[in-house]
Design a protein around this ligand. Structure first.
Ligand code: NAP
Ligand code: 8YV
Length: 320
């Protein structure tokens, strides 16, 4: 392990985008190599692979086995995000590479966007904005009526930190809560459903707040959309990979479901073009945690995890 107490700054590869003031703070304490994108291989990276002991990466970046294998002295991958599905956990475990993340500090902001998407979708907030800007209010009269969240059931897939924070917000807006996890919780009274399809049958709005990765890939599929039904809505603030996107586009086009609020997509930043023309869909550029306050806290936690590692201290947020 590189020992920072002996003077030399440990060499860390930082994959962008990470806010500039966090990069500046990282530069103060690490010998920093900045990679504009995980797929790039500039000489500044390739000529220094032996020196790199740590990686700081956005939660949605891909640090796969091939990337880690390039770095013979890699000791730690610190994710700038709570989701770490972009890092190859199996390879890291096999090679004694630690993985850390940034839980808790982003929970409120992500839940806020989940609630904002729920309201925007049901209450036609973005559609209404487009309607006014296009002069249609004046030329066509009032917008079609929207729907109240009050009295509707929010079905949460992944009732963890963010799911719970979203549940609390939804209750303030008069919604009831149900959920699906792999394991039933013994500390909440919300009804539990053993599958996503069973939850979809019972709820009006389904919100996704579970991790991405192979275990949840395409968990929300055609069967779930059929069960959610023509008055049902999907809100995704988890990962694009959790949803079968082809089935989603079909369900929205055929009105199998009523609408969707989406912050995340399977092939980000590419978004299925068919969604662009749909009035009943609200789209966001994976920005649920993207406030100055939260991204600063996430950046500081990412650096704290790296520093703890290089100082031989216990890691605050080790996940593998
Ligand atoms: P968390 O506290 O670990 O909660 C995850 C929940 O998902 C747990 O309740 C877990 O319960 C459930 N879960 C795990 N695997 C599951 C599966 N295969 N099927 C069904 N449920 C499953 O994590 P968190 O801090 O709330 O974060 C959740 C996720 O939100 C992250 O992993 C990330 O992908 C996403 N996120 C997105 C953004 C964004 O910008 N849009 C920002 C932050 C986080 P069980 O273990 O009992 O299954
Ligand atoms: C960020 C996220 O968008 O925490 C996560 O899992 O997806 C988000 O907070 C991302 O990690 C920023 O790098």
């Amino acid at each position: 392990m590189t020992d920072v107490t002996k003077g030399a700054k440990p060499c860390v590869l930082l994959i962008e985008p990470i806010p500039s003031w966090i990069v500046d703070r990282a530069r103060d304490v690490f010998d920093l190599i900045v990679l504009p994108h995980e797929s790039e291989r500039p000489p500044a990276f390739l000529d220094n692979v032996d020196r790199i002991h740590g990686i700081a990466m956005p939660g949605f970046a891909k640090v796969d086995a091939a990337m880690m294998a390039l770095l013979p002295n890699l000791e730690i991958v610190a994710c700038f995000g709570v989701g770490y599905d972009g890092a190859d956990v199996g390879y890291a475990k096999q090679h004694g590479i630690a993985i850390t993340n940034t839980p808790d500090v982003l929970t409120d902001c992500v839940a806020d966007l989940g609630m904002a998407l729920t309201l925007a979708t049901l209450r036609k907030v973005v559609e209404g904005d487009r309607y006014v800007r296009a002069g249609r209010w004046e030329s066509e009269g009032i917008l079609d009526l929207s729907h109240s969240p009050r009295g509707r059931c929010l079905g949460i897939v992944g009732l963890g930190r963010i799911g719970m924070a979203l549940a609390k917000r939804a209750e303030v807006f008069g919604m009831t809560i149900a959920y699906h996890n792999r394991t039933e919780r013994d500390d909440v009274a919300y009804p539990f459903y053993a599958s996503a399809a069973a939850l979809a049958t019972a709820c009006d709005v389904m919100a996704l707040t579970c991790p991405g990765g192979e275990a949840t890939r395409n968990l929300i599929d055609e069967e779930v959309f059929e069960a959610l039904g023509s008055n049902g809505y999907l809100i995704n603030i988890a990962r694009g990979s959790v949803v079968d996107e082809v089935a989603l586009v079909k369900a929205l086009s055929n009105h199998t479901i009523a609408g969707a609020g989406l912050d995340v997509f399977a092939g980000e930043p590419s978004v299925p073009k068919a969604l662009f023309a749909m009035e009943n869909v609200v789209l966001q550029p994976h920005q649920a945690s993207a406030t100055v306050e939260t991204r600063t806290a996430m950046g500081n936690l990412t650096i704290d995890n790296l520093l703890a590692h290089f100082q031989g201290q216990p890691l605050p947020n080790r996940v593998a």
